[in-house]
Ligand binder design. Structure first.
Ligand code: NAP
Length: 281
C-alpha cells in the first residue's frame, strides 16, 4: 500500500557512488511500510569529494539515518561523533544514526555476515576458515570471523600483496587468530570448516573462483554473491553435498541490523526478504 509523505515523515537513505543499483531502498521502505512507520528511504549519489558536505547535511537537514556504501565507508569516520569499537577497528562504517545532531556509526556488514552463518548452523568459534578475495567485503568478513573466535583464517587473493596487507592490518587487532596469506594450492590442501568466496568471480560470467572438487575437505561454504542466486561455485557445492548459502542472508541481515540501530525496533525480516527476492528477480 502506498504511504503518503507528510511534513512529519522521517528521512533515511544511502550514500554511495554509484548507488543506483542498491537494493536497500526497496528493502528498507518495505520495512517501514510493514511496521507502519512514517519514514522513507532514498538513494543519494554522492561523489567522493562531496562526502564531507553530505555528512554535514545529515545534521542540517535532520536526516534520521543513512547507510554508507562504496567508496565512502572509511571517509565518513572522522566526521562522526561516535563509532562502535568493531567498526573503528575495521576502519569502515556502513550505518549512521542521527540523534539530535549526534552522529553514531556502526558496521552492520560484520554483524549481518555473522548472523547469516546461523542459516548454515555454523559457529566460527575455534574453526579453520578460508577466504577467497581480499577486497572491501573480505575485510568485514574477516573482522566478523576473528571477533567470533575463529582460530585460523587463510586468505587467498589473486593479488597476493593485497592479502598480505589485510593480514598486516588485522594481525595486531586480533592476536588470538592465526592469519595466513596463502596460494590456492595450500588452501585446497587444508581441512576447512568454512570456505567464503568474497571475490566478484561468478557475478557476471559462469566462472568459479576455485574447483571445489580439488579441495581436500570443505564442510560449509558461503558465496557472498546474491545475484545470480546460484553461482557456479554454489552449484558445485550442491553437487558435492557441501552445505552452502549465497550472500542474500548477509545483505538482508545487515539491513535488519541497520533498521534496528535506527528505530530501536525488531526488523520485519519476512517482508524485507520478500522484497529483496522480488527485486533480485
Ligand atoms: P572489491 O573490494 O572490489 O574486491 C574484489 C575482490 O575480487 C578482490 O579480492 C579481487 O582480487 C577479486 N577478483 C576480482 N576479479 C577477479 C578475478 N577475475 N579472479 C580472481 N579474483 C578476482 O569487491 P567487494 O566489495 O569485496 O565485493 C566482492 C563481492 O562480494 C561482490 O560480488 C559483491 O557483490 C559481494 N558482496 C556481497 C555483499 C552481501 O551483502 N551479500 C556485501 C558486499 C559485497 P584483486 O585484489 O586481485 O583485484
Amino acid at each position: 500500500m502506498r504511504r503518503s509523505i507528510t511534513g512529519k515523515t522521517r528521512i533515511y537513505g544511502i550514500i554511495g557512488h554509484p548507488v543506483e543499483h542498491s537494493l536497500s531502498p526497496q528493502m528498507q521502505n518495505a520495512a517501514f511500510s510493514a511496521l507502519k512507520i512514517d519514514a522513507c528511504y532514498l538513494a543519494f549519489s554522492v561523489q567522493p569529494e562531496d562526502v564531507m558536505q553530505a555528512v554535514a547535511g545529515l545534521k542540517a537537514l535532520n536526516i534520521a539515518g543513512i547507510n554508507v556504501t562504496v567508496p565512502h565507508k572509511s571517509a565518513v569516520i572522522p566526521l562522526l561523533d561516535e563509532i562502535s569499537p568493531l567498526a573503528k577497528q575495521l576502519g569502515a562504517v556502513n550505518t549512521i544514526r542521527n540523534e539530535q545532531g549526534c552522529l553514531s556509526g556502526t558496521n552492520t556488514d560484520i554483524s549481518g555476515f555473522i548472523r547469516s552463518l546461523q542459516d548454515l548452523q555454523f559457529s566460527s568459534k575455534d574453526k579453520t576458515i578460508a577466504l577467497l578475495g581480499a577486497g572491501g567485503s573480505a575485510r568485514a568478513v574477516l573482522a566478523g570471523l576473528a571477533d567470533a573466535g575463529a582460530s585460523r583464517i587463510l586468505i587467498h587473493n589473486r593479488t597476493l600483496e593485497r592479502a598480505e596487507k589485510l593480514i598486516t592490518d588485522f594481525a595486531p587487532l586480533f592476536p588470538a587468530v592465526k592469519l595466513e596469506a596463502v596460494e590456492l594450492e595450500t588452501l585446497q590442501k587444508t581441512n576447512l570448516d568454512l570456505l567464503v568466496n568474497t571475490t566478484t568471480v561468478g557475478m557476471k560470467s559462469g566462472a568459479s573462483p576455485l574447483d571445489l572438487s580439488q579441495c581436500q575437505s570443505v564442510l560449509h561454504l558461503v558465496d557472498l554473491i546474491y545475484s545470480p542466486a546460484q553461482t557456479a561455485l554454489l552449484k558445485q557445492a550442491e553437487e558435492l553435498a557441501v552445505p552452502a548459502i549465497n550472500g542474500l542472508g548477509m545483505l538482508l541481515y545487515q539491513g535488519c541490523e541497520a533498521f534496528t540501530f535506527w528505530t530501536g525496533k525488531s526488523a520485519p525480516e519476512k517482508e524485507m526478504r520478500a522484497q529483496l527476492l522480488n527485486a533480485i528477480e
